[in-house]
Design a protein. Structure first.
Length: 358
């Protein structure tokens, strides 16, 4: 298949509205387990995105392991292909290059599996949070936004079927990534699903204190296609936040928990969540939402395989009528007087003005 395939993207959109779509799990630990050398990293030890260029075979093997386990889609090895992360290695000018290379490796792997059995496989272009929070003044908002645009442009060129802004901890950083992605989509003249996945800590809020209702209120008007949570906690800790989103969001939901909270041992961290516990987020999400996106952000292929077999028999029922929200307050649809414009009701021209205000 070519890098840009509208039929493939449409098939993904249809899958998201009719069933649970299962994504992959851990990437970094899988790469490190293969012990890449300092030469593989081009002397930039720990910069996993470099491996997209120097050792695509290692990256491809991770994608293949997840596809063999039964997932529907894999994320690109581009979590750190952003301004703040690559600036720490003094290579911010390689954002687009490494993003495109990562997308191409994933695309080739997905297409190979599809050619083997005819079952669609998709590629999610990963856009990670980086290490700089604009709300705290770590980096200018416009600098981050423009770098995220470069990140998204590489992913689109490389053949991603959707873009996922993930593990976000700062709503202003999230907005920079979303608008950067939308600028890239507009420049490319294409329309891919745009997913946002925030990270809620064990404290019950994002790192800077935003609760899930505030995240939904801030992000839903930006025209994203899905919203959800990933990282930080396991399925049990996410359940209440997912329940809130299922009741109030007018979007599909994503759920990418860790395999439990990490436990430090002699051999490093491990994640103790039993496989049977992966049923919880599927039930929570699909019971009240038109779609659910499930994956184990810290689980290797065997655990993801268990999730895949569970989700394959799960089909979300029709959603309940969603509530409209304003400033975090849920309002039944019938309670909103005609003529009142809520954030999600903004027209394109109104939304453009709203978006460009940091």
């Amino acid at each position: 298949m070519s890098a840009h395939d509208p039929a493939r993207v449409q098939a993904l959109r249809e899958a998201l509205t009719t069933r649970v779509v299962v994504a992959d799990g851990a990437m970094g630990t899988m790469l490190q387990a293969q012990e890449p050398t300092l030469a593989d990293f081009q002397q930039l030890e720990g910069c996993n995105e470099i491996l997209n260029v120097t050792r695509p075979d290692i990256v491809r093997s991770v994608h293949e392991a997840y596809f063999a386990a039964g997932v529907d889609c894999v994320e690109t090895n581009t979590f750190g292909a952003n301004h703040s992360a690559l600036s720490e290695y003094d290579i911010p000018g390689r954002i687009t290059e490494l993003s495109e290379a990562g997308a191409r490796v994933a695309r080739e792997s997905a297409d190979a599996f599809t050619a083997g059995d005819g079952r669609p496989r998709w590629v999610l272009g990963s856009m990670g949070p980086g290490t700089k929070l604009p709300t705290l003044g770590h980096a200018p908002y416009t600098t981050l936004r423009d770098a995220y645009q470069a990140n998204a442009e590489g992913l689109i060129t490389g053949g991603a079927d959707a873009l996922i802004v993930e593990t976000t901890q700062d709503l202003l950083q999230t907005k920079a990534a979303v608008l950067g992605a939308r600028r890239a989509l507009h420049a490319a003249g294409t329309d891919l699903p745009l997913i946002v996945s925030v990270t809620v800590e064990t404290t019950g809020t994002m790192l800077l204190g935003s609760e899930i209702g505030a995240a939904l209120t801030a992000l839903e008007p930006l025209g994203i296609d899905m919203i959800g949570l990933n990282c930080a906690t396991g399925p049990a800790e996410m359940s209440e936040h997912l329940r809130y989103l299922a009741r109030h969001a007018r979007l599909g939901l994503s759920c990418m928990p860790n395999a439990g909270l990490p436990v430090l041992g002699a051999d490093g961290a491990h994640y103790p969540c039993p496989r049977r516990n992966w049923r919880a987020p599927t039930r929570t999400s699909s019971a009240t939402s038109a779609s659910a996106w499930s994956a184990a952000a810290a689980a290797p292929p065997p655990s993801t395989c268990a999730r895949s077999s569970t989700a394959s028999a799960t089909s979300p029922p029709p959603p309940h009528p969603p509530a409209r929200t304003r400033r975090g307050l849920a309002l039944p649809v019938r309670a909103v007087p005609s003529g009142h414009v809520l954030p999600g009701d903004r027209g394109a021209h109104q939304r453009q003005r709203f978006e460009e205000v940091p």
